[in-house]
Design a protein around this ligand. Structure first.
Ligand SMILES: Nc1ncnc2c1ncn2[C@@H]1O[C@H](COP(=O)(O)OP(=O)(O)OP(=O)(O)O)[C@@H](O)[C@H]1O
Ligand SMILES: [Mg+2]
Length: 225
């Protein structure tokens, strides 16, 4: 479902120095596989997920999602592939502030293969416990509720690959458990692969054989970060 080869990305620091953040020689995820990566703050987890999703262009290397090479596509092609195959739970939610909870999920679906399906959007929002907040705007929600909207939006299209960036970072323990269980359950129902990154041991502990990002990301070893 996901294959990564020799993926690199560097940024130029404010001092003008080029710093390599991601250098992943090889990483794969099978269809339906659920994996979690542990990485400290600043270790490049979000950058790695942005590269996979084609939100950020890689310096070199390949990302292939369900047979389609993300890294070979232009911006429009990357947008299309993301809309067709990917669900992304952003660390910072990225909800559209001028739209209601329901509209945020429906709009997210409108670019995908299912099109805007309000009934399904409502159903998914009910599953994350927000059935009574459909007409609220993001700013009228608590941070944890906004995070659950972000989860609903990522899952509504029934994507083949779900990327989740600290998807429970703003939730209390109970909501964190519930949200994670829901993400995993929906992925299983849809036969979707899940790649989650986190530094929360409570979250990571729920994944058998979670892996250390520092083992996968050679940039960390070289920089001693
Ligand atoms: N656009 C950018 N320009 C310059 N440096 C960047 C840029 N984006 C990220 N970085 C640097 O890359 C490193 C990794 O950032 P990233 O956000 O991927 O870390 P992270 O593992 O997701 O951290 P956290 O757990 O705090 O979310 C940081 O040192 C950051 O300063
Ligand atoms: Mg991050």
């Amino acid at each position: 479902m996901l294959a990564i080869a020799d993926l690199t990305k560097s940024f130029v620091s404010p001092e003008g120095e080029r710093v390599e953040i991601v250098n992943v020689p090889s990483f794969t995820l099978a269809a339906g596989e659920q994996a979690a990566l542990r990485g400290e703050s600043g270790s490049g987890k979000t950058t790695f997920l942005h590269l996979i999703a084609g939100i950020l262009a890689a310096d070199s290397g390949r990302v292939t999602i369900d047979g389609a090479e993300m890294t070979a596509l232009g911006e429009a092609g990357r947008d299309r592939l993301r809309a067709e195959k990917l669900g992304y739970v952003f660390q910072t939610f990225n909800l559209l502030q001028g739209f209601t909870v329901l509209e945020n999920v429906v709009l997210g679906m409108s670019f995908g293969p299912r099109g805007a399906d309000r009934a399904h959007a409502k159903e998914v929002l009910e599953r994350v416990g927000l059935g009574h907040r459909l007409d609220h705007f993001p700013r009228q929600l608590s941070t944890g509720q906004q995070q659950r909207v972000a989860v609903a939006r990522a899952l509504a299209n029934r994507p083949k690959l779900v990327l989740a960036d600290e998807p429970t970072g703003n939730l209390d323990r109970k909501h964190s458990r519930d949200a994670l269980a829901l993400i995993r359950e929906v992925c299983r129902e849809n036969g979707a692969a899940l790649l989650l990154v986190s530094h929360d041991e409570e979250v990571l502990g729920q994944f058998e054989g979670h892996r250390d990002f520092s083992v996968i990301n050679a940039a960390l070893k070289e920089a001693g970060r």
